[in-house]
Design a protein around this ligand. Sequence first.
Ligand code: FRU
Length: 612
Amino acid sequence: MKYLTPIATGLLALAASFQGSAADGVKVEHLGTNNTLVRVKPDARYILLPVEESIDDATVNLLLDGKPEKTFYVRLARNKVDYYVPVDISGYKGKDILLNVVTAHNRSSVREASEDACWENISLTDSFDTTNTEKFRPSYHHTPLYGWMNDPNGMFYKDGVWHLYYQYNPYGSKWQNMTWGHSTSKDLINWEHHPNAIEPDGLGSIFSGSCVVDTNNSAGFGEDEVIALYTSAGVNQMQSLGHSSDNGETFSIYPGNPILTLDSEARDPNMFWNEETKEWNLLLAHALDHEMLIFTSPDLKTWTLQSAFGKGLGAQDGVWECPDLLEINIPGTDKKKWVLVCNLNPGGIFGGSATQYFVGDFDGKTFKVDTLADGTVPTKWMDHGKDHYATVSWSGAPDGRKVVIGWMSNWQYAAEVPTKQFRSANTLPRDLSLFLANDGQYYLKTLPSPEVDALRGKKFLNVKGKGIGTKASNFKLPVENNGICEIDLSLNAETAKDVLITLSNAKGEKVVMTFNPSESKFSFDRTQSGITDFSKDFPAVVWAPTLRDSKEQNLRIFIDTSSIEVFDSEGHFVLTNLVFPNEPYSQISLSSKGGKARLNSMEIYNIKTSNN
Ligand code: FRU
């Protein structure tokens, strides 16, 4: 008996380890405390995987007929299911599908591991519901249907279609499994979602990059082939090429990848055709060295390093990422300037991530920055809000337009914001040009792209010529559709020191914007805007220089369910900030301090919603 017991117990334990209760078509076998095999019948469209946000990632190796197909990481639920993510298996008909799952749960026994919530909740389905059930999901900003999104990247315009790719995790609402998600639009407002364009491969996950249309077949893949350069992020970062003959829907991965390697961290290749030098140019973020590398190429595959820009210049605190270089007309002249865009994180003007830029000249090899009279280089910010990052432009936008879009979040708290099945939206698209400010410097002029005007629905309010004093003048905001609207207003501060614009709701939550003409400042305070306690970095007061001496201030304010973008109507500044009010702001109040002001006009428009 003594002799038999251990064996008998062992056998029992072994038998128990194979008992996994699972949904129809799913067979679960527990091999050890952190290793489980899941076999599924390949006759459904999706496997639904249950996710618990706070759990560490499990590694899922998907095998098809015994051969490795792909590996991805999912926070497989242990205690409770927060939401589900679909794994598309529609292409695997007739094959044996095996998920070899390695969890990171540190279970003490196989039995304990077998009790994790995920196993009995893995199921097969032919449809995955992407209907919006979340209060904070934007109504008219681009978001992924589900899952995590960061940088917009690889954007190009071709045949009337705006292509937008983005850093995407299809398997959860936190950063992981970087893939190029893909959306397209004919009007920059309504977005159609497409299958993922480029997925992680043996060189690593697919970080940010850019696309161009190779009109003259300089890369040899064919005329009008769409060429993508992106960072393959494995243990190290290297640059890879993909090309598409179906307008960016699917990409063939170039067998000669990686096409560019360095012995230090470099990423986010951004290429463009230089009409003056008749060569391709490429900017690459030399992230930890806080500089942008500039390359040339005749064929998009072989790149020659020409120079590096930026060491010691501008904001230097964080890593330099996501570069862009844009040639922009100087208004009223036939001259041009070049604007070098440099996203950095952290070290942004109000903490965390932000987009700085440099104005200067470029000869195809070297970027020379404009300096102030004393020889120093000013630090300029494209947006003075907390939630504007990784902003880059569309390649080939029509009529020479410089159209950009940014990620509307901040690395400080992007993974903590109070949404669940999706995380992050992009900003409204913006058109860039230049203006000469009162300090004698050229700055970027940023306006909502003209396409945004089509969002205006019925006029909800129209006020003209109203005196503003210390006692607030209150006006209703449209609260239907989660309070989404555009406010177009024109102010004159007259004798006032400050003019305050307050958005508020009945719960006492508010956003306070202040125009201070004597200091040429416009500020935005979201410290009491609603839910703010998910991160110490979220409550903030930010401000922008108005770059003019004037008591007049005209604004266009775009409110979506969880964001506010404030544009100076002449493009001198933008403030993009997330807000999470428990109920929509229902009132706008205007008041002044230190004197009297005037509201020249205020129009409030409902927004025609779309389902992005
Ligand atoms: C910027 C960034 C890029 C990188 C990508 C990874 O937000 O860090 O430098 O390519 O995100 O998702």
